[in-house]
Design a binder for this molecule. Structure first.
Ligand code: AMP
Ligand code: MG
Length: 432
């Protein structure tokens, strides 16, 4: 048997094959496997039609030690994973101890009638299987040996239920104990903002070479460029130690571009900085339509630091709500440094917050000109020492949503740098 154990991550459902649902379960399971030191060798998606799952079993049972699937365990007619697995193994479906009565009661309570067999099947599994509890929903997960060398783990489809089985249900810990790497490992991610992926890569090129410890990866998504590092213990040094050394190498190579680790987000870093200084924030948004406020309020504890958010989309709103002068908008246009500055100053004065950030820009696709192309964004930050404005040109090809997302990122980064006394990003790099 191979070490580390090889895994096929299997996603089951017609909706995935038709592109109606994005497969986030495969990403989650793959990352969990990485942390446990299991080697994901392939991901596959199959439909719900009878026979498809058996074909997957036939193709893979001699190639991997584990098949971890999600989907196909629900109460509907197309959820056939239990029955197909039982059929493949030529066994019956059996009741999971104590699982059926709660399902009967639940159905009665919600729909006021007896539960049909499909619904109660969520409390059954192939004979010989081991059940795994699902505190996130009604379908039990199960695991069963397909052969002496291949185990099948069947999880429900809804992403929060996959997490419930893996985490609260204890499946992840059990997989780690039974199949995980015996050598010690440490995994971490490091987030950067302000320059494109290609620039980050240039700074740390040698660390990304294959065969190195830690094994590094680089990804760009929406707001940030993230580096991942998987460290293994070696030559008397712990994995944790190697990971921390990588963290300090990255910190000196990337300086203020590096803003956080693991679960940190730009908004969580900004909220933490405000909490630490005991200061408050107000927002005056135009082209981002409240998305900066949404990002800030997504952080637990935002209520300690966030006081007001205005979405002043029309000129009239900028004038009446934030005391921007009509003449100024007339002369300079709504997307301009002085208007951004007045918006920020107005929001600070009206809210009484320590800091007020404003954003005004052209999200497109219409409304651009030679002087003021689509993607142009002016931001301003009013604080204890006055008001300063920053111009950013977002990448036009990113489209309306991408331009808004880039503006949110740049605004949060402006705040972060100011609050943490980091040098400001004065260039306007093309954002990826
Ligand atoms: P099922 O357990 O097959 O009934 O799946 C229930 C729901 O979970 C589906 O309707 C999808 O919305 C969601 N789902 C299933 N598989 C995935 C997946 N791989 N990634 C994200 N969501 C999924
Ligand atoms: Mg399904």
């Amino acid at each position: 048997v191979a070490s580390p154990s090889r895994v096929l991550v299997l996603s089951i459902g017609e909706e995935l094959l038709q592109g109606r649902v994005v497969d986030t379960n495969a990403a989650y399971v793959a990352e969990q496997c990485l942390r446990l030191g299991l080697e994901v060798v392939a991901m596959e998606t199959c439909g719900d039609a009878p026979g498809q799952l058996s074909q997957v079993f036939h193709r893979w049972q001699n190639q991997v030690e584990l098949i971890i699937s999600s989907g196909g365990l629900g109460p509907t007619e197309d959820d056939r994973v239990r029955a197909e697995t039982a059929h493949f193994l030529a066994v019956d479906l059996v009741e999971i101890a104590d699982a059926i009565p709660p399902l009967e009661r639940l159905f009665q309570r919600i729909l006021l009638q007896d539960a049909p067999v499909h619904f109660l099947n969520q409390g059954r599994m192939p004979s010989g299987a081991r059940p795994w509890p699902n505190v996130g929903g009604t379908a039990w997960a199960f695991e069963v040996a397909l052969s002496p060398t291949c185990i099948f783990m069947s999880l429900p489809g809804p992403p929060h239920e996959v997490r419930a089985v893996w985490e609260e249900g204890g499946l992840g810990a059990s997989l780690g104990e039974r199949f995980g790497a015996t050598e010690e490992m440490a995994f971490g991610t490091f987030h950067t903002v302000g320059v494109p992926e290609a620039k980050i890569e240039l700074e740390i090129r040698q660390m990304l070479e294959p065969g190195r410890n830690p094994k590094m990866g680089i990804t760009a998504h929406g707001k940030v460029v993230t580096l991942s590092a998987l460290a293994k213990a070696e030559a008397g040094r712990s994995a944790e130690n190697i990971l921390e050394e990588t963290a300090s190498t990255l910190a000196s190579a990337l300086g203020p571009l590096l803003f956080g680790r693991n679960l940190d987000t730009l908004e969580s870093v900004v909220v933490a900085a405000l909490q630490n200084s005991g200061q408050t924030l107000a927002l005056a948004e135009s082209c981002t339509g409240g998305q900066v406020a949404q990002a800030i309020t997504a952080v637990p504890g935002a209520s300690q630091v966030f006081t007001h958010g205005w979405v002043t989309y029309a000129d009239a709103a900028k004038i009446s709500q934030l005391d921007v002068s009509a003449d100024l908008i007339q002369e300079r246009g709504a997307v301009s440094a002085p208007v951004a500055e007045k918006m920020a100053a107005g929001a600070r004065a009206r809210s009484g917050a320590d800091w007020a950030l404003s954003i005004t820009g052209i999200a497109g696709p219409e409304g651009g000109s030679t002087d003021k192309p689509v993607g142009l964004v002016w931001m301003a930050l009013a604080g204890p020492d006055g008001v300063k404005s920053v111009r950013r040109q977002q990448w036009i090809r990113a489209g309306r949503a991408g331009i808004q997302q880039g503006a949110v990122r740049d605004a949060l980064d402006l705040l972060r740098r100011e609050l943490l006394n980091l040098p400001s990003l004065d260039s306007t790099p093309p954002t990826s």
